[in-house]
Ligand binder design. Structure first.
Ligand SMILES: C[S@@+](CC[C@H](N)C(=O)[O-])C[C@H]1O[C@@H](n2cnc3c(N)ncnc32)[C@H](O)[C@@H]1O
Ligand code: SF4
Length: 336
């Protein structure tokens, strides 16, 4: 294990999320509402995006600071042309756990190429099995069955166990909780429920819309009895539960009702090379500028270490109705 760079609260730098595009083919109501992300929305231009060479160079420098896990995300990462070539480059970095989060829409076509390039794990977002609810939530009328086909393609390609993430928003898909649990039980895939968060400034978040993780567990437990499982490692973000009859396990991510800032070891790199030390930050620190102005590895590495060393973010622990309206970076830009 590398000696990790630590922040002002003593938290090491261990995980990096890299957004490879801010574009998406979905318009999930809680992430990219159409009123904001409509025809006139100005997405990043191609030359603003980090190239694969630039991403790889930064990734290697982050690994020197202690990063052990990289997750590719977006927007929708599978929309970035040639993303499997980037996977291939990152998969060659020794000792790195590499994964990717996708909405699954293009996964049937891409799963094998991703696996062949060296990806070993994948997370697919799916908010309901009810086709009507799902089509309404992605707001582009995308059918459930194609995401399910993507999940199966990923498992068949060897990206198993597939993690399936469901964001729960009260009044929209809370009735899908138990059917999702039932469906993914014994499937070999791991279903995780995520509390709806006040990310970005455009989703009109209200605390009333959050279904607390405890409520999710109670709803499932009433029909399919559960018991708690020890975390895989200290500071694991998801709390684990398993079916008492041996039907597999689920996870719940209680980012709102049980914030985990104290154990947060995650940095985020936007598609244009801006480094964020919190999902709820308003501004990032530009790394693309120095990269393109010819900075040396030592200089860029010092910039990364400096940003992390000054970090004191703990937004979720101080969240309130007032902080929810602060300006924050959009989830589709920073990648969740
Ligand atoms: C921003 S997406 C990017 C990757 C890909 N497009 C996807 O949907 O999986 C990453 C994750 O963030 C989650 N997400 C987006 N907005 C959210 C919110 N307001 N609260 C909680 N999770 C959210 C999505 O459901 C998804 O699982
Ligand atoms: S959650 Fe993912 S799929 Fe949905 S709009 Fe955001 S980036 Fe796109």
């Amino acid at each position: 294990m590398t000696a990790a760079t630590s922040d002002r609260l003593g938290r090491p730098l261990r995980d990096l999320r890299i957004s490879v595009t801010d574009r998406c083919n979905f318009r999930c109501l809680y992430c990219m509402p159409k009123e904001i992300f409509g025809r006139d929305y100005r997405f990043l231009r191609r030359e603003q995006l980090l190239s694969f060479e630039e991403i790889e160079r930064l990734a290697r420098l982050f690994v020197e600071h202690g990063v052990e896990k990289i997750r590719l995300t977006g927007g929708e990462p599978l929309l970035r042309r040639g993303v499997e070539a980037l996977v291939g480059r990152l998969a060659l970095i020794p000792g790195l756990d590499l994964t990717l989060t996708t909405n699954g829409s293009l996964l049937s076509a891409k799963a094998k190429a991703l696996r062949d390039a060296g990806l070993t794990r994948i997370t697919v977002s799916l908010d309901s099995l009810d086709d009507e609810v799902f089509r309404a939530m992605n707001d582009v009328d995308f059918p459930v069955e194609r995401v399910l086909a993507g999940i199966e393609a990923a498992a068949a390609a060897g990206l198993a166990p597939v993690k399936v993430n469901m964001v729960v928003r009260r009044g929209l898909n809370d009735e899908s909780i138990v059917p999702m649990a039932r469906f993914f039980r014994e499937s070999g895939h791991i279903l995780r429920f995520i509390e709806y968060m006040d990310v970005g400034s455009s989703n009109g978040w209200r605390l009333d819309d959050v279904v607390p993780a405890d409520e999710v567990v109670a709803l499932i437990d009433a029909e399919l009895p559960l018991e708690a499982v020890e975390p895989n490692y200290p500071g694991e973000v998801a709390t684990r539960w398993r079916y008492r009859d041996g039907g597999g396990e689920i996870g719940v991510i209680a980012s709102v009702t049980r914030p985990f800032c104290g154990g947060c070891t995650r940095a985020r790199l936007s598609a244009e090379g801006s480094l964020f030390t919190c999902l709820f930050a308003a501004r990032g620190h530009d790394l693309r500028g120095p990269l393109r102005e010819g900075a040396s590895d030592e200089e860029i590495s010092a910039a990364i270490g400096g940003v992390w060393g000054r970090r004191a973010d703990r937004y979720s622990e101080i969240r309130s109705a007032a902080t929810a309206s602060r300006p924050k970076v959009e989830m589709s830009y920073i990648g969740g």
